[in-house]
Design a protein around this ligand. Structure first.
Ligand code: F0G
Length: 449
């Protein structure tokens, strides 16, 4: 029987399919422990006739919700009243054409685009999700929030928690967080707890802590958060004059983004607002490649929701037995137990997606190439271009296909990675500082040389 409310929560496992009111706070299905989705009775929502109708909101940007790059698409994530919608001006991000980089990669120069999510208020794509999570937190009257983080979630959470006056507690792994990100959480007043372990340990602890202390969890297990991240895809389509690209490429960590993107495209197609779904490529770092191994080596699939849990359980048992720890320079995606795994499998199904992993050296080279285009990013984001090189080389992506890569985090999040790369003159794209005596003639000679 269809749920009576305009919006409700529903377990993604078709065998369970339990439904819950949107005012209830869970981060997993209380009936079976699987992930939850936000569902809408679309018939009761007044939707635009076509996506380009959203352009009208540019004319009314003095309305804070029309200004937000998330809430100006609010009909597609309308789970709360306008008075509860929180915004700090997120989503003012643009799809940038990357002709030079495209040419370097041997692509048609008009075909490569970079969706620069580093331009968000806290410097990463997380703000798209956090504006939605904190709107729900406000709607249910939450007093405190928490997350486990490799850095960006914590920065974004601390910013939004401050904006609605709730407490923010951050769980970070020891030595596992880039300083740009840690500095934000501390500066925005987040209570930072450094656990002697890695992100996966923090993720386990924070769930128990939130349950025990009734704290609002804002990791991407939170289905409301992923609703906000759907709008990254809407802005890409908007950036292409309301056309759908051929490929979306995104780094894969906890797999919230890829999950949200798949949901966005499934809904837009169902609503007749797009006529086709782009393909999706999710790129892991080789040192944190659970998704790649499960999909490419173990054959794990969404399978209509009947995911083979045994494959996952035995994979994780092997990780435990080997005392395996993810390890990559792309610390943002240094995750071996992605919580949104099943939703990501669904997204791969919806988008006829592919998965691959790329080694750290390739990530760093790609990062320098993106930087040389004038659009810096942190290492995790550069996994997109590193992955694209492989997809072009093996013919999966055609050189004339329109490709949009999501640059998830700003260059300044992890300056150490950038400085270390460029300081080593031996790297292919490194651009080290040149030393010179404090002497005018020598400086001039150097510049002329
Ligand atoms: N890129 C950046 C810059 C990130 O910070 C993250 C995740 C990802 C990619 C991966 O995205 O989880 O949706 O697959 N960072 C989380 C954090 C885990 O705690 O900041 P995902």
């Amino acid at each position: 029987m269809a749920h009576k409310d305009q919006v409700f929560q529903k377990c993604i496992n078709p065998q369970c399919g339990s439904e819950f009111d949107s005012h209830q706070v869970f981060f997993k299905c209380p009936a079976c422990g699987d992930l939850l989705d936000i569902k809408y009775n679309w018939d009761s929502i007044e939707l635009p006739k076509k996506l380009s109708d959203f352009s009208n909101r540019w004319a009314t940007r003095s309305n804070r919700l029309d200004f937000s790059g998330v809430w100006r698409f609010r009909e597609l994530l309308n789970f709360c009243d306008d008075e509860h919608k929180v915004s700090v001006g997120e989503g003012q991000t643009l799809l940038q054409s990357a002709c030079g980089l495209a040419a370097d990669l041997g692509m048609n120069p008009d075909c490569l685009f970079l969706q620069y999510e580093g331009m968000n208020p806290s410097g990463s794509f997380k703000d798209n999700g956090m504006t939605a999570a904190f709107s729900h937190a406000k709607m249910v009257g939450a007093a405190a929030s928490a997350c486990a983080s490799t850095g960006n979630t914590s920065a974004s959470m601390a910013l939004y928690a401050h904006s609605i006056g709730v407490k923010a507690t951050v769980f970070i792994g020891e030595g596992k967080i880039a300083f740009g990100k840690l500095s934000q959480a501390m500066d925005y007043g987040g209570h930072t707890i450094q656990v002697a372990g890695d992100f996966d340990d923090c993720m386990r602890q924070v769930q128990d802590v939130c349950t025990e202390l009734n704290i609002y969890l804002v990791n991407s297990l939170n289905p409301f958060r992923l609703e906000g991240q759907k709008t990254i895809m809407l802005r890409i389509i908007e950036g292409l004059g309301w056309e759908v690209p051929d490929w979306i490429i995104v780094p894969g960590g906890n797999l919230g983004n890829s999950s949200a993107f798949g949901k966005a495209f499934a809904e837009l197609k169902e609503l007749g607002l797009i006529d086709r779904v782009p393909r999706l490529a999710v790129i892991n770092a080789s040192g944190a490649n659970t998704l790649t191994e499960l999909v490419n080596d173990k054959g794990l699939r969404w399978n209509g929701g009947d995911v083979d849990q045994q494959i996952i359980d035995s994979y994780y048992a092997n990780l435990d037995a080997a005392n395996y720890r993810a390890d990559t320079i792309a610390s943002a995606i240094e995750i071996s137990r992605p919580v949104n795994l099943k939703k990501c499998l669904r997204a791969l199904d919806v988008c006829n997606g592919v998965v691959l992993d790329v080694p750290d050296e390739e990530i760093l080279d790609a990062k320098a190439q993106i930087g040389a285009c004038g659009l810096g990013c942190e290492p995790a984001s550069a996994a997109t271009i590193a992955g694209l090189k492989h997809l072009l080389a093996d013919g999966t992506v055609d050189k004339d296909a329109r490709v949009a890569c999501v640059l998830t985090g700003h260059l300044l999040k992890d300056p150490d990675a950038t400085v270390n790369y460029h300081s080593k003159a031996a790297r292919e794209f490194s651009n080290p500082p040149v030393q010179v005596d404090n002497d005018l003639q020598k400086i001039i000679a150097l510049i002329k040389s």
